[in-house]
Design a protein around this ligand. Structure first.
Ligand SMILES: Cc1cc2nc3c(=O)[nH]c(=O)nc-3n(C[C@H](O)[C@H](O)[C@H](O)COP(=O)(O)OP(=O)(O)OC[C@H]3O[C@@H](n4cnc5c(N)ncnc54)[C@H](O)[C@@H]3O)c2cc1C
Length: 250
């Protein structure tokens, strides 16, 4: 049974008509960067709950969530319509194993994400411990248009703080103007046609890399398939170390 706490909305950022972030304050237990919690609202007498990843560092008690407003979704449109000072249910305890404690240190940590799947990485990067554990962190974020890359400014600041340890690779699935810093297409295809690793200048192998995948289940499935078949990587399990850790959002 979920133990609920009541949170109060402190701020809401509307990035686009489909993307927004809510910041709330509540009395909840500590979490690890990369974990998620449950948010809920009572709608027509029924508590509707869904999982959302923290994007703030665990040291920051302004709990922030980056959310996609799903048309005809059961909960997200209600979250989108919340106002400052509104009350919301938040689970007292957080969950999830998409955290660095479970990952052995190695040279390169790859963070692949689609859409709001960037959330856990924002928490991990703001936490900062990852920069001690890995020599290079390569964040590969796929969105439709550049306007959908809501946290680019925050990431640029993190990159400045950690100098050249963080590489940010933007992947756009829609091509309007050509920019040579951006890759166009879908993450699994950009691995298959070698454009991604060529652009970064690093080839993923079992010795040098750990790959985290978050967001769209199709991206996760196809990327895993490629890495397992072509690079011999395997899923990281509690009882058997591997090089792939993933979190599916649906
Ligand atoms: C561990 C975990 C962490 C999650 N963290 C986040 C998060 O930080 N931010 C977030 O926006 N969502 C996150 N989700 C998804 C979230 O729990 C809800 O499924 C989502 O908000 C839709 O809920 P809904 O009731 O509005 O839609 P529903 O009526 O439940 O409809 C679900 C459908 O919406 C689509 N969908 C679900 N999530 C997304 C998404 N993020 N982007 C695009 N399409 C989606 C899928 O087609 C899915 O079948 C997470 C899910 C899991 C399992």
């Amino acid at each position: 049974m979920t133990e609920w706490s009541i949170g109060k909305i402190k701020n809401i950022k509307y990035w686009t008509k489909d993307l927004f972030s809510i910041i709330l304050n509540a009395k909840i237990n500590n979490f690890f960067a990369g974990q998620f919690t449950k948010l809920a609202i009572e709608i027509n007498g029924k508590k509707i709950k869904r999982a959302y990843s923290f994007i703030n560092s665990p040291k920051n008690q302004n709990y922030e969530f980056y959310i996609s407003n799903i048309r005809k979704g059961q909960l997200s449109p209600y979250l989108y319509n919340l106002k400052i000072n509104d009350k919301i249910f938040i689970s007292k305890n957080s969950s999830g194993i998409f955290i660095l404690n479970n990952i052995k240190s190695c040279e390169n940590l790859w963070m692949f994400s689609t859409g709001t799947g960037i959330g856990p990485y924002l928490s991990i990067l703001q936490d900062g411990i990852c920069f001690k554990k890995f020599s290079k962190i390569i964040l590969v974020h796929s969105v439709r248009y550049i306007k959908d890359f809501s946290y680019l400014n925050l990431l640029k600041k993190i990159k400045q703080n950690y100098f050249n340890k963080l590489i940010i690779q933007i992947v756009l699935t829609r091509k309007i103007n050509i920019n040579e810093n951006i890759l166009y297409g879908y993450i699994p295809d950009l691995l298959k046609n070698k454009k991604l690793e060529k652009k970064i200048g690093i080839k993923i192998n079992t010795e040098n890399s750990h790959v985290m995948l978050c967001g769209n289940p199709k991206m996760i499935k196809q990327t895993r398939n490629f890495l397992e078949k072509n690079r011999n990587l395997s899923q990281n399990l509690r009882n058997k170390n591997g090089n792939i850790t993933f979190e599916k959002y649906w």
